[in-house]
Structures are given as structure tokens and as C-alpha cells.
Design a binder for this molecule. Structure first.
Ligand SMILES: [Zn+2]
Length: 253
């Protein structure tokens, strides 16, 4: 089975509704490749390693969360940008990238899928553009302290986490937002969170955590965003009868 580049773009757009978001770069088709698509490779970031893996996997399209183009880039096609673009163009592979729309999708997005992995159920959304999810354990239980929550996250994501803030406190209300969402910590606190989980921590958040009595858990930008792209690409591939493979290029950050 195959589809056209245009029908694939329409299927992604219909699911993720990029027009609803103010974003840091263009969502949708970022690099045009061949018109007919049989196989999609999904991944977190359009790195050279992912593009090489997609070439080896004979993909016609790549679907990622972090594409090639961001606001504030200087626009020159040199260095790593030249290498990535040259490989894509040489193999006529389409690059589709969806940033905030992929974080936000209520069932297939990065936040929804991270919640699923961690056994968390969202009861509300918070923060700018409603990207943050807040809720609690899907089984209605709680974590005895933030150390127990951190250990749980560590075990599921199979990597160490950075923890700041109180430990001797029951954790019921848990807020989360994948990636580099440390800037959402204050809105998570305002939304009533006992703990906030995101990918990265910056210096100020450790103090806010201690001073506001809300735990902060940084579980890795990449690790927190591994689940949305395969969920969306898998669903669209099934819908259009295409082959799909998720390729995880490990990233310690
Ligand atoms: Zn990200």
C-alpha cells in the first residue's frame, strides 16, 4: 500500500491541527521528498543519525518532533544543516515535523503518552497553550514521597532523574509537560501540583521547588519525548495502510 505526500500531510494535519498553535518553527512538511510514500520512520529528532537510519530502513518519509528549522536560526545551509539536508535530498525523503501540536494531542501526543507510560491520568490541563497535563495516578493511589515518584519514573524510563524540592510529603497531584518545559513549573504550582515532571531543569527551579514545597523531577528531554512520534506515525500509517518503524537514537540529554 502507498499514499501520496499530500494525503500524508493532510492526515497528520487533521490529527494534530497545527493551525491552533503558536510555535517556534514550521509544522508539517519541512523538506519535500518523493511524491509516493510506502514507509514512514518516526523518531524524536531529525538528526543525521536518524536520517541515516531512515535511509537504511528504506523510508519514504520521516516523522519527528524536532525538525530542522527553528525561529532564530541564521538560515545558512552549512555544517550539520548541510549534512542533514544533503542526505535527505540525495535520498528524496520527505521530512515531516510537528513540535507543540505533537506535545499537546490529548491521546497520542508526548504528554498523553508519557502519562500512559508512567501510569498517570490527567484530569485537567494547565499553562501556556494548555500544554501541561495535571492529574494523578491512574489507579487512584499516591506516592508516599517525591523519592518514590522519582524512583518510579527512573524505573519506567530506564535512566537516572534529577530531583529537587521536598521529599517527605505524600504526592497526589502530579503535573507533567515533556521536553524543555522547566518554564512551566510556576504554572504547575499555581495549578495545585505536589510534583512536576519534565525533561530538563534549570538553576532557578531547584530554588522554587524548595521554597514552594513542590517537587521537581527532570527525567531527560529526549527520554520524556520518545512516545508521541511513534504513537502518531503508527496511527496514521495504520489508517493509510503504510509501513511504520520507530527508530530511537539514544540521547543522554
Ligand atoms: Zn522537545
Amino acid at each position: 500500500m502507498s499514499t501520496t505526500r499530500q494525503d500524508l500531510l493532510q492526515a497528520f494535519d487533521a490529527l494534530l491541527q497545527p493551525a491552533r498553535f503558536k510555535d517556534y518553527g514550521p509544522n508539517g512538511l519541512q523538506v519535500e521528498g518523493r511524491p509516493e510514500v510506502r514507509k514512514i520512520v518516526s523518531g524524536v529528532t531529525a538528526s543525521l543519525a536518524l536520517i541515516e537510519a531512515a535511509v537504511a530502513a528504506r523510508a519514504d518519509a520521516i516523522f519527528v518532533h524536532h525538525g530542522l528549522f527553528w525561529r532564530g536560526q541564521d538560515g545558512r545551509v552549512t555544517g550539520w544543516m548541510k549534512q542533514r539536508l544533503a542526505l535527505l535530498l540525495a535520498h528524496d525523503i520527505n521530512l515531516f515535523a510537528y513540535h507543540l501540536p505533537l506535545d499537546a494531542h490529548s491521546e497520542l501526543g508526548n504528554n498523553a503518552q508519557l502519562g500512559l507510560q508512567l501510569g498517570l491520568a490527567a484530569s485537567a490541563r494547565f499553562g501556556e497553550q494548555d500544554l501541561g497535563f495535571i492529574g494523578g495516578r491512574g489507579d487512584g493511589g499516591h506516592f508516599v514521597d517525591s523519592g518514590a515518584l522519582a524512583a518510579h519514573v527512573q524505573q519506567i524510563l530506564k535512566r537516572p532523574v534529577v530531583q529537587a524540592g521536598p521529599s517527605q510529603k505524600n504526592i497526589r497531584n502530579i503535573a507533567w509537560c515533556t521536553g524543555g518545559a522547566q518554564g512551566y513549573f510556576e504554572s504547575a504550582i499555581a495549578a495545585g501540583a505536589d510534583a512536576f515532571i519534565t525533561g530538563e531543569i534549570s538553576e532557578p527551579q531547584a530554588h522554587y521547588a524548595r521554597e514552594m514545597g513542590v517537587a521537581f523531577i527532570a527525567c531527560g528531554h529526549h527520554a520524556s519525548e520518545r512516545y508521541g512520534a511513534p504513537a502518531v506515525a503508527g496511527q496514521v500509517a495504520a489508517q493509510l495502510g503504510l509501513a511504520h518503524e520507530f527508530i530511537d537514537i539514544d540521547n543522554p540529554a
